[in-house]
Design a protein around this ligand. Structure first.
Ligand code: HPA
Length: 195
């Protein structure tokens, strides 16, 4: 996809995730997803890449709420390995081989569109997050409902670290994301070759 639908744009959870249903019907087996996020792990720097190894759904909803269509997936999907461990291990090996620094952690998905207050960034760190962003979690839930394997990677575009929270602008987020993009595309292309 070039771009995606975001909950903060006013699409509901089912509209946001509709493309994933289309992918499933096209026979697609893997979802590779990327995003921009604010780092709350104090070891992170702007421009870092973070492999998402788990998430916390902090959206006010869930795309699977409502009557379940058993043809699409089960009523209560397992989320114990939402992000495929094998794909994570492959990408870590690739990054190591090519000396590309890569972080790993938990992505907290929020509705936005406001960036976080310092208290909210602190809270997301305390509850176990490493980065916070406004996408991905709905799509990953639907991909897992559809039994697709998921790999997700995040560019840390700003920091929400206690004592280091600065003003965040959309322009800065876009700039950091654009700068990290070649590194990310390189890793994903190598990953595709290995599966
Ligand atoms: N918070 C939420 N979403 C984001 C951020 C952030 O700091 N940076 C990029 N997307």
């Amino acid at each position: 996809m070039q771009g995606r639908f975001h909950f903060y744009e006013g699409y509901d959870m089912k509209e946001t995730t509709f493309p994933i249903r289309v992918f499933k019907f096209l026979g697609i087996k893997y979802l590779f997803v990327s995003n921009a996020s604010g780092g709350v792990n104090p070891d992170f720097k702007v421009g870092d890449l973070m492999i998402i190894n788990d998430h916390i759904n902090f959206f006010p909803s869930n795309p699977l709420i409502g009557k379940n269509d058993n043809k699409l997936g089960v009523r209560f999907p397992d989320m114990s390995e939402a992000y495929d461990k094998n794909l994570i291990s492959i990408i870590k090996d690739i990054a190591k081989k090519h000396k590309i620094k890569i972080q790993e952690g938990v992505y907290v998905g929020v509705s936005g569109p406001t960036f976080e207050t310092p208290a909210e960034y602190k809270f997301f760190r305390i509850i176990g997050g490493d980065a916070v962003g406004m996408s991905t979690v709905p799509e990953v839930i639907v991909a897992r409902h559809s039994e697709m394997k998921v790999f997700a990677i995040s560019v840390i575009t700003d920091l929400g670290i206690v004592g280091e929270v600065l003003e965040v602008t959309h322009e800065e987020v876009q700039k950091a994301a654009e700068e990290a993009e070649p590194k990310m595309s390189f890793l994903i292309k190598k990953l595709i070759k290995k599966i």
